[in-house]
Design a protein around this ligand. Structure first.
Ligand SMILES: [Zn+2]
Length: 134
């Protein structure tokens, strides 16, 4: 009788998986949920008739989430209870954007370290002086 180990190939850990990609993936997952946009507090009068607050001239605080959809700037009212969660998600979005900017150079650096012969034209390679032909 075969055991499962006799049937399945031995799974070796993929060395590339413990690299830049995995490192960045773990960082990205820890920054979820994330959004882009901005949160603003606005003060507006309400629609209630005879509102004491509005009668005093004080307006009601509201929060707006501004974001872009297909190039169009849009706004949505945000319930006050959701403000802390959205602030965290906005900060996560900013951190993820920074990670995305860092990941390109990190991937290139890693590739160059693993493939020294394919470093591209930006890297100067010193060659030994050619010996005079006999
Ligand atoms: Zn009011």
């Amino acid at each position: 009788m075969h055991t499962i180990y006799g049937i399945l190939p031995v799974v070796k850990p993929n060395l590339n998986d413990v690299s830049v990609q995995k490192c960045y993936r773990d960082k990205l997952l820890s920054l979820w949920p994330a959004i882009k946009g901005s949160l603003a507090e606005v003060r507006k009068p309400c629609i209630r008739p005879h509102c004491a607050v509005c009668a005093r001239g004080d307006k009601h605080p509201n929060y707006l989430l501004a974001y872009t959809d297909k190039g169009q700037r849009r706004c949505l009212y945000v319930p006050k209870a959701m403000v802390p969660a959205l602030e965290r998600a906005l900060e996560n979005g900013r951190q993820i954007e920074q990670l995305l900017y860092q990941m390109g150079p990190a991937l290139l650096k890693e590739f160059r370290a693993q493939n020294p012969a394919q470093t591209g034209p930006a890297v100067r390679v010193r060659r030994a002086k050619s010996r005079p032909k006999s």
